[in-house]
Ligand binder design. Structure first.
Ligand code: NAI
Ligand SMILES: O=C(O)C1=NCCCC1
Length: 314
């Protein structure tokens, strides 16, 4: 007898079984700690393969991982495109394949876009909890796309800010963001206006040149730097990179993929997983940057969560 055909779990079903990114927090915290524990942590994850699509300004990323603690075996396939002016397609599209680790059978094909949006924001929330200054009052989001929404949702669910500000390259998109989310958001006309005085800053743009300058950043602020995932792309300038304590999800990935890290020559202080394990301090009183690139094990944990919830309901 052959194995059952794989389930297809589309975006709506993923959303239904993962209504809030915060549901992933315990599993993601454990996974980040395991990832930073080397082979003893039971996470098997090579550096992702990212191949350019010549002539189309696009990239295809292949992200396999196995997490022994979750007994989750997945690979995510993600495409991201720089210029989509005349296309209705989102800039990032993803699919996660979930396998049975016991025999390699494909159990499910899951929409990966919702998973990517939520797990990335959840990891930024973990970094924020550890690294933001005490009494943080002002949240600033630079960018108004998919990740801006997921970051806004989890950061305003977990923390209480007196003010939320947004800036986007095209103001219309920032205004649409401000009128769609549930709480008050101030639309700013420049990145500088949004950043000055902010305690927590999130950069979620497709920029390839710095959009955040260290000169604007309040000493002690925490920055989640989520965009700029190519070795020649930047969101943060050298002044910020050189004058912060730099935390990353993966040292290997940061030194291979992050233009902000590679081109600035900034020294990495710790992986987030090391802070979660208690082997490195968090330093919330310092100016901190969490450079996020996205780990395949985060997708494994999130896909397993969705699949288990879906299975229980079907
Ligand atoms: N670290 C991680 O785990 C992940 C990181 N990302 C990255 O996060 C960033 C945001 O992703 P999404 O929200 O899905 O993209 P999106 O396309 O939905 O939104 C991107 C935003 O950036 C703005 N933008 C585009 N080009 C710009 C430029 N040159 N300068 C300033 N702003 C510009 C757009 O107006 C848009 O509001 C991307 O860089 C993406 O690659 C995405 C997924 C996971
Ligand atoms: O981790 C991910 O997923 C991604 N990271 C960088 C940009 C593409 C998607």
């Amino acid at each position: 007898m052959g194995s059952a055909p794989p389930a297809f779990i589309g975006a709506e079903e993923v959303e239904k079984h993962l209504p809030r990114a915060s549901l992933l927090l315990p599993a993601l915290e454990a996974a980040l700690g395991n990832f930073s524990s080397g082979p003893a942590g039971g996470v098997v994850q090579p550096l992702r393969t990212v191949l350019a699509v010549p002539g189309h300004g696009g990239y295809l990323g292949v992200m396999p991982a196995y997490s022994a603690a979750d007994d989750a075996l997945t690979t995510k396939l993600v495409t991201f495109y720089e210029h989509l002016k005349d296309s209705p397609a989102p800039s990032h599209q993803a699919t996660v394949l979930l396998f049975d680790p016991r025999n390699g059978s494909l159990k499910a094909v899951l929409d990966g876009s919702v998973i990517t949006a939520k797990r990335t924001a959840a990891v930024s929330a973990i970094a924020t909890k550890l690294l933001m200054p005490a009494f943080a009052e002002v949240l600033c989001i630079l960018g108004a796309g998919v990740q801006a929404y997921s970051h806004y949702e989890i950061l305003t669910e977990l923390f209480t800010f007196k003010e939320v500000r947004i800036w986007n390259r095209s103001k219309e998109k920032a205004e649409k963001f401000a009128s769609s989310v549930h709480g008050p958001v101030r639309v700013c006309s420049s990145a500088q206006e949004a950043v000055v005085g902010a305690d927590v800053i999130v950069t979620v743009t497709m920029a390839a040149e710095p959009i955040l300058s260290g000169a604007w950043v309040k000493p002690g602020a925490h920055i989640n730097a989520v965009g700029a995932c190519r070795p020649n792309w930047r969101e943060l300038d050298d002044e910020l990179m050189k004058n912060c304590f730099l935390f990353v999800d993966s040292k290997e990935a940061a030194l291979t993929e992050s233009g902000d890290v590679i081109l600035s020559g900034a020294e990495i202080f710790a992986e987030l997983g090391e802070v979660l394990k208690g082997t490195k301090p968090a330093l919330p009183e310092k100016t901190t940057v969490f450079k996020s690139l996205g780990l395949a094990v985060e997708d494994a944990v999130a896909a397993k969560f969705v699949y288990d919830a879906w299975s229980a309901a079907n």
